[in-house]
Design a protein around this ligand. Structure first.
Ligand code: MG
Length: 371
């Protein structure tokens, strides 16, 4: 190791709290690997995810709004970066393992098919007889099976804590043990990010107006704080300031509430974290306000005719593609044809379609299946 470098374990002993997951306490990987000279295990996981094919393709996948609506709204990749950014802010304030947090955040949506939840619903319907489809489970298939990076084994051979964190997203049934705080943070940050950026994108696309949002208490409250701080703002400045306030309000609340719970419940180790109730969650008032904002977004944005039209067309195309590849597997790349022998043709077709970007799916539909 370079003489001035501090070991990962030494650095974490100084910086991380006792209730954080220290890299030295990792249970390791399915396929044992020698430790790296200067990167900790979760830093390596993060790097493996960033260098994966599925991660790069997030740039071409819909978050909520498809590319027909414009170029300025979030993609699945920029959403992922915002989740990682919020997660790291929370994690640093609470002295948690930022490398583990970042790995979890960057992989959390890696299993999304083209066209977001619209695509997910179609694949779930098409694969119902063989176990259905969920983007959270697909993320695990990608990092354990579908990514091909190493000659010795399939997948990325990520640390068991990263896999367990994603597994807890995939299986929401209440478990006797709570997830690590690093896992809880990414869930909370996902919600902070999409509640805020979906409002921003909907305003930008003209699906909502500032006046519409005034009926939502959380927005109104943030707006009042901004008006108290600034005598006058142009519309665009006001909008950006309220959105900023909306993120700060949520992050600040999560840090305060989590710190209080950690103190009051005497949480000192990861074993304590697993034993007590969920620590990273907003207070009850903010929880209710967020639920109201989410109901509003659901009714006014996610079901907006402009959004629904694009979704309906995409769903019909994906259904047709699923049928088409099952009828003619030779239209798929060789590795997906080969894998069908062990996992079944429908699942392999599902894996192939799920890996596509929106644009590639549309292109392949036109090239192979359009009538
Ligand atoms: Mg997400």
């Amino acid at each position: 190791m370079p003489c001035e470098a501090v070991s990962v374990a030494d650095r974490e002993r100084v910086l991380l709290a006792g209730y954080a997951l220290h890299s030295a306490d990792s249970a390791g990987r399915k396929h044992a690997e020698p430790t790296h000279l200067y990167r900790g295990p979760f830093q390596r996981d993060r790097d493996r995810i960033v260098h994966s094919t599925a991660y790069r393709r997030l740039s071409g996948k819909t978050q909520v709004f498809t590319s027909e609506l414009g170029d300025f709204h979030r993609t699945r990749l920029t959403h992922t970066h915002e989740v990682a950014s919020v997660s790291r802010t929370l994690g640093r304030a609470l002295r948690l393992n930022e490398d583990l947090i970042e790995a979890l955040a960057l992989m959390h949506d890696i299993g999304h098919p083209p066209f977001g939840h619209a695509g997910e619903d179609v694949l779930d319907e098409c694969l119902r007889d063989v176990g259905g489809f969920s983007h959270n489970r697909q993320a695990l298939r990608i990092v354990e099976l579908l990514e091909s990076r190493y000659p010795e084994f399939p997948g990325l051979n990520l640390s068991l804590e990263v896999l367990a964190g994603q597994q807890s997203r995939a299986d929401k049934s209440r478990k006797p043990e709570r997830p690590l705080l690093e896992v809880q943070i990414v869930d909370a940050a996902d919600s902070v990010a999409y509640d805020t950026h979906d409002v921003d994108d909907a305003l930008q696309l003209g699906l909502l107006t500032l006046a519409d949002l005034e009926e939502i208490p959380l927005w109104r409250e943030c707006g009042e704080r901004i008006r108290a701080r600034y005598a006058s703002l142009q519309t665009g400045e006001y909008r950006r300031a309220v959105l900023h306030e909306l993120i700060d309000r949520q992050i600040g609340d999560l840090i305060v509430c989590a710190s209080r719970r950690i103190d009051e419940w005497g949480v000192a180790t990861t074993a304590d974290v697993r034993r007590v109730e969920m620590i990273i969650r907003p207070n009850e008032e903010l929880f209710q306000q967020k639920a109201e904002l989410e109901r509003f977004l659901y009714q006014r944005v996610y079901r907006h005719p402009q959004v629904v039209t694009g979704r309906t067309i995409a769903q019909a195309q994906l259904r047709e593609m699923f049928r088409g590849y099952n009828a003619k597997p030779e239209l798929m790349p060789q590795n997906f044809q080969d894998r069908a022998a062990t996992i079944g043709l429908p699942r392999s077709v599902g894996d192939y379609i799920a890996g596509m970007t929106d644009r590639f799916a549309q292109h392949e539909f036109q090239r192979l299946f359009a009538r």
